[in-house]
Structures are given as C-alpha cells and as structure tokens.
Write a protein that binds this ligand. Structure first.
Ligand SMILES: N[C@@H](CCC(=O)N[C@@H](CS)C(=O)NCC(=O)O)C(=O)O
Length: 208
C-alpha cells in the first residue's frame, strides 16, 4: 500500500498533494465531498474524528490528520525533495513561523468564514470579521516575505504549498488577495507554474 489522501477539490488536501507531487510520490486519492458534509459522517469520522479534510494514510497504515502535520511528515519522509529549509537555518525558522501562523490562525479564520453559523447566532457578523482577519494575516505575510521566487528561496516547500492553496480560499470577492498582496500572488504564480506541482495545483484551482 502507498500513500492515501482523503480530500476534495480546492480543500486542504491540496496542500499535501502539492508536497507529494514535489517529492514525486504517487498516492491514492479518496474523495470526501464537502458538499453535503460527507466529512461529518460516521464513515469519515472513523478516520478523522474531527470531521475535517485532509487525512492521510502512510504506507504502513498510520493515520495522519492536520494539513501541516501531513505536509511535514511528507517532508521528513522525502528529504531529497527539499520541502523544508535545512535544519537550524534562518530560512527554516522563518518558514516554521509562517507555516504555523497559517495553520493555527488563518485556517480557523477560514473555517469561521465558511461555517459562521457554528460560531454565533449572528453568522453574518462572524463571517465578516473572519474575512477581515484573513486579510490582516495575508497583508502582514505579504509585507514579510521576499520571494525568490518561492517563499524562503529557490526551492518549492511546504510554506509555498500553504500560501498557494490558502490564498485561493481567501481571495474572495474581487480577488482581494491577488489585488492587494502582490508577494502572495507572485508566490502562488511560482507554484502554479512550477512543473513538478503544476498539474496538482491545476487539478484543484484550474489554469492560472
Ligand atoms: N486544522 C485542520 C483544518 C482542516 C479543515 O478545516 N478542513 C476543511 C476543508 S479545507 C474542512 O474539512 N471543513 C469541513 C468542516 O469544517 O466541516 C487542518 O489543518 O487540517
């Protein structure tokens, strides 16, 4: 058995799929449609009790959930792919900082935006504030990163996969991220046109 990814189009599974593509590793994709809330059903919760995509099965059958954990496991299992900057390097410290910000702060804000009724009796207010929070985070990341052409240098890595995928969710009305965050848009373009991962990117987000 090889890797198995549970995911859906345009979902967080894309982050892990891009990392696997960069490592040149084949995987089986098992679709769990978000439309209709299949992820909340008993069958999928047996794999991820949180009822969230993605989940990943390792070749030995180990279950990994949480998009960042999945991507880091892929990076560790395939070090030659260079998905993380070298250990103890300044670039790695920077990458870890922004990777955790995206996973721990931005992703939950996207959830509040996507599912505001889970969080309050005034869903519209929650959704609007969550959108504002994602824009605040993209703006600060846009100011901090100096792509060359990827987020921390010449090599595609886990942070690039997060930026490219999550910025598509937060683009929103008027393609806000692309219009206001040129650095984020440039990194996304670099990912979308990077041959090892372009096909996986386009599978989720279409041509760019
Ligand atoms: N912390 C989780 C968040 C995962 C998440 O929220 N995934 C979304 C899809 S992109 C989801 O499954 N949403 C469905 C739901 O919340 O019911 C991770 O990083 O994997």
């Amino acid at each position: 058995m090889g890797y198995v990814i549970y995911g859906d189009r345009r979902s967080g599974s894309a982050i892990v799929e891009l990392c696997l593509a960069a490592a040149g590793v084949a995987f089986e994709f098992r679709r769990v449609p978000l439309e209709g809330d299949t992820q909340l059903g008993e069958a999928y919760r047996a794999i991820n009790p949180m009822g969230r995509l993605p989940a990943m099965l390792l070749p030995d059958g180990t279950v990994v959930t949480e998009s960042l954990a999945c991507a880091l496991v892929v990076a560790e299992a395939h070090p030659d792919a260079g998905l993380m900057p070298p250990i103890f390097s300044p670039a790695r410290a920077e990458a870890l900082r922004w990777m955790v910000l995206l996973a721990a702060e931005l992703y939950p804000a996207v959830t509040r935006w996507d599912y505001p009724a889970r969080f309050a009796d005034d869903p519209a207010g929650v959704g609007a504030r969550a959108m504002a929070e994602t824009r605040r985070i993209w703006s600060l990341l846009d100011a901090a990163l100096k792509p060359a052409p990827f987020a921390t240098g010449e090599r595609f890595g886990v942070l690039d996969a997060q930026v490219a995928v999550m910025s598509r969710w937060s683009n929103g009305p008027g393609a806000w991220v692309d219009a206001h965050c040129p650095t984020i848009a440039a990194i996304t373009h670099a990912v979308a046109t990077h041959p090892p991962v372009a096909e996986a990117y386009h599978r989720h987000f279409g041509p760019r």
